[in-house]
Design a protein around this ligand. Structure first.
Ligand code: UN1
Length: 492
């Protein structure tokens, strides 16, 4: 089956006529469909449609825009199972997790639709008589939304839904590995009654992204992906002063203190490190353990990791699916080799799985390195695969120093029963997200999501904070005195 772009309310093929295949990463013989390999001209068509639609969409009252979004949320909920199955088939994570991904899109859509009756600004007293002062959020224009493959419906919803509720229009370019979830999501928006041109979908590769990030009629770019690509997006958008929101890499740490509940910490590290096959920007790819409990923790963590069932995410009982692509599983293999050469101790895993049905997909054993030094590449660089690096520490201070000692700053966590330690870490970890007695993954939609340093560029998505990306403040003064009043000059 061939899937089209969605431009100006119509499902249309690319002008260039080229398509690409989407195959199941658990089974490369399973062809999901072909999708449009779009050109910069298709991107320009979509921007033109979005620009035209903006003229009317921005004037639709926000509660009315929200009514459409509430309908969309209900439609996604009704199709949750179908969308989750499509998602597991196209990107591999287990069904329980793809259900969670769709649920996150439902949650975000309901949450942001609720903003249609809020979008709060401020009213403040004026310093002058008979004068009224307030601030309102205004939409910005056409938003380019460029999303990754690891959360194929959740992350698009984090961007598209707040953009829409604020009164913007959207051109959406999903990752080439997960176009079906994008088609499913946009299809629901169409069915819910989003008018033609308000949301446009253009599938394809980097040249579509470049066309969008450099297009003069695009006002906002919201991107989630690698730090390397995020840098390019930022550079492309800089000269025209577009608003740019970037959500990039992570090298998140779990810190386990000597008073931690070890079984709980092991549960957390398994879920945080190997959930989504380690392919979350929030993945717990580093674990720093107090030397007093290091051996006990490692023993239990390795044992539980060895017992993880790896396979096709659609099969019941499977706990970890494949890596998303050949390139991704090759990266995992490369880092395993680097870790070995650096002198990290391979405690379990370390091999690509190739026997039997595994040969048809991109499977890798869940892998743990022990005795890792903080400066090693496996402790510094984002691998985006099922590889966890375990380090020792002697104190909370040392754990925090190791934790902060990477270029990224997305998420961190501590396992401890000592409230003083928990609050100290909460204050001193320079990340955008922090957990106590829970792993580094599992952010909820109604709080800000994002990170410091090379993870982001100061913006946040999700929560009310997302509105700051997709709207601009306008301060309004209404003088009803009937005379000229001069601020800072007239005192009476
Ligand atoms: C991501 O890894 O890109 O907090 C997003 C979490 C999820 C979202 C992750 N709710 O792990």
């Amino acid at each position: 089956m061939t899937f089209n772009n969605y431009i100006d309310g119509r499902w249309v093929p690319s002008r260039g006529g080229a398509v690409f295949e989407n195959r199941n990463p658990a089974d490369q013989t399973d062809l999901i469909g072909t999708f449009q390999e779009s050109t910069p001209e298709d991107a320009a068509d979509a921007v033109a449609a979005a620009s035209r639609a903006y003229a009317s969409w921005r004037l639709v009252p926000a509660p009315k825009r929200a009514e459409i979004l509430f309908r969309a949320a209900a439609l996604i909920a009704a199709r949750k199972e179908e969308f989750a199955r499509d998602m597991t088939r196209e990107m591999g994570k287990v069904l329980e997790e793809t259900r969670g991904d769709v649920q996150e899109a439902i949650d975000m859509t309901y949450f942001m639709a609720g903003e249609g009756r809020r979008l709060y600004g401020q009213t403040v007293p004026s310093e002058l008589r008979n004068k009224f002062a307030m601030s309102v959020r205004q939409p910005v224009g056409v938003c380019a939304v460029i999303t990754p493959w690891n959360f194929p419906m959740a992350i698009p919803s984090w961007k598209i839904i707040p953009a829409l509720v604020c009164g913007n229009t959207v051109v959406f370019k999903p990752a080439t590995l997960t176009p079906l979830s994008a088609v499913n999501f946009v299809g629901v928006l169409e069915e819910a009654g989003v008018p033609p041109g308000v949301v446009n979908l253009v599938t394809g590769g980097a040249d579509v992204g470049t066309a969008l990030t450099t297009h003069p009629d695009v006002s906002v770019v919201s991107f989630t992906g690698s730090t390397a690509v995020g840098r390019l997006v930022n550079q492309n958008a800089a000269s025209a002063f577009k608003k740019v929101h970037l959500e990039m890499g992570g090298k998140n740490v779990v810190m386990i203190m000597d008073d931690a509940q070890l079984e709980l910490a092991v549960d957390g590290c398994l879920w945080g490190g190997f959930g989504t096959t380690g392919q979350r920007c929030t993945a717990a790819s580093r674990v720093v353990v107090h030397e007093q409990v290091y051996e006990d923790f490692v023993e239990a963590f390795v044992e539980r990791t060895r017992a993880l069932r790896v396979g096709n995410g659609l099969d019941p009982g499977v706990q970890m699916g494949p890596s998303v692509s050949d390139a991704q599983v090759a990266t995992v293999g490369r880092y395993v080799e680097i870790g070995r050469q650096e002198g990290a101790r391979l405690l379990t895993g370390g091999r690509r799985l190739c026997d039997g049905a595994y040969a048809r997909g991109f499977f890798h054993e869940p892998t743990i390195f022990g005795d890792v030094q903080p400066a090693m590449a496996v402790a510094q660089e984002e691998i985006f695969g099922p590889v966890v690096s375990v380090m020792r520490c002697r104190s909370l201070d040392e754990a925090i120093a190791i934790g902060n000692g990477v270029t990224y700053g997305l998420s961190a966590s501590i396992y401890t029963r000592d409230v003083n330690k928990a609050f100290t870490a909460m204050r001193d970890m320079y990340t955008g997200i922090f957990y106590v007695n829970a792993p580094t993954i599992g952010a909820e939609v109604h709080l800000p999501f994002g990170g410091t340093k090379a993870t982001g560029n100061g913006h946040r998505e999700a929560g009310v904070a997302a509105l700051d990306v997709f709207s601009e403040w306008k301060s309004i003064y209404v003088d009803f005195s009937g005379r000229l009043q001069r601020a800072q000059i007239d005192t009476e």
